[in-house]
Design a protein around this ligand. Structure first.
Ligand code: ADP
Ligand code: MG
Length: 364
């Protein structure tokens, strides 16, 4: 089921009338989520991810704009009638019920033509339990399960009604690192197997990048960029997106364009033919550095961290906005650890230039 958001906006009135200051949680969102895809809705805390998801679910009413499931306008439709499955950060299972009863619960409330027989319900519950691999745990209570298992029950419960759209709001945040990794792969597998259009909300860029067909990057209620994870990483439209994606994060330096050259201090580290002279921010991905004794960018060498296949050279430069510059290079490179400085050439496709005032990307 394709999901379309059209000029979707949510404004929360100020809690304190005198102080004023309403919150525009979601500001004029327009985008289309293709049928059967997994979309990662990504941005820092407070940028409006949950609000967007709640509007799609019907739990919150938009201030303006429209939501379509396929060709159906569902903007004013009640949550129960939308055919969605919801999973939240805290799993919210019924503690006094067994796993099986938790999964059956949404089916027992089906009315009219959707009503199922007892046998049908049992079959359906077992089917989703198998899908999320908890069919051995059906008679346990939630308190007898690990966090990861509880979250699987919550996913099974969201899937049992065969939703048209699956909505996941930071579903992995309560899990430890290893389980988070495992469960996110699990979610991806389940999504692929069922083909249900899924929106996955997270503030964790690595999580979103690793499982999404497409990511939507948000900042303060405003959509910044939408695209395949790799495309957004390789081609960020502004400094915010460039900084938000990638571990280790992008290195940002102050610089300027002068005579079509990208300059850090006196050093020309790249070409920007035809671009007007101006002050800029320069973003360089950690993998964008090449060691070269005659390289254009000279940095003070602080440390070299061995990471196996690669090494991370930690250095400093007065134009850098980050406390250190982190570059990742192949471990085969010989680095003179006793040297005071290290010189790099910068790979042109790993270097981005942003206008200093608007922080928008400058293209040439
Ligand atoms: P996220 O999920 O990305 O962390 P939210 O969608 O929860 O962000 O919130 C977006 C903004 O809207 C925040 O500034 C938040 O404080 C505000 N907000 C969310 N819900 C309400 C509400 N019920 N009343 C007033 N402000 C709200
Ligand atoms: Mg949230």
């Amino acid at each position: 089921m394709k999901v379309v958001l059209q000029n979707l906006t949510k404004i929360f009135p100020s809690r304190d009338k005198k102080a004023g200051g309403e919150v525009v949680a979601v500001n004029d969102f327009t985008f289309e989520i293709p049928d059967g895809k997994l979309i990662g809705l990504l941005g820092p805390s407070g940028c409006g991810k949950s609000t967007t998801l709640y509007m799609i679910s019907g739990l919150q009413k938009p201030t303006s704009g429209k939501i379509f499931f396929g060709e159906d306008d569902v903007t004013t439709l009640a949550t129960e009638s939308r055919g969605i499955g919801l999973v939240f950060q805290n799993y919210a299972l019924y503690p006094h019920m067994t796993v099986k009863q938790n999964i059956l619960f949404p089916l027992e409330n089906l009315k009219g033509k959707d009503k199922l027989t007892k046998t049908e319900m049992q079959e359906r519950a077992l089917e989703v339990a198998k899908l999320v691999q908890i069919d051995e745990l059906m008679d346990r209570k939630p308190s007898e399960l690990s966090g990861g298992q509880q979250q699987r029950v919550a996913i099974a419960r969201a899937l049992v009604k065969m939703p048209r759209v699956l909505l996941l709001d930071e579903p992995l945040s309560n899990l430890d690192a290893r389980l988070r990794l495992q469960t996110r792969e699990e979610i991806r597998r389940i999504q692929k197997e069922t083909g249900i259009t899924t929106i996955f909300v997270t503030h964790d860029q690595e999580e979103a990048m690793s499982i999404s067909d497409m990511i939507v990057v948000m900042k303060l209620g405003v959509l910044q960029q939408i695209g395949k994870p790799q495309d957004v990483y390789d081609d960020p439209v502004n400094l915010f997106v460039a900084k938000f994606l990638g571990t280790p994060p992008i290195n940002v330096l102050e610089g300027r364009i002068a005579n079509g050259k990208i300059c850090v201090g006196d050093a020309a580290i790249g070409e920007a033919a035809g671009v007007e002279d101006q002050d800029i921010y320069i973003g360089i991905r950690p993998e964008g550095f090449e060691l070269d004794a005659n390289g254009a960018l000279e940095c003070k060498l602080s440390n070299v961290e061995v990471m196996g296949r690669d090494v991370s050279i930690v250095s400093t430069h007065e134009a850098s906005l980050n406390p250190v510059i982190r570059s990742i290079i192949d471990a085969d490179n010989k680095i003179d650890l006793s040297a005071e400085t290290v010189r790099f050439n910068i790979k042109p496709h790993k270097l981005f230039v942003f206008n200093k005032e608007t922080e928008k990307r400058i293209y040439w």
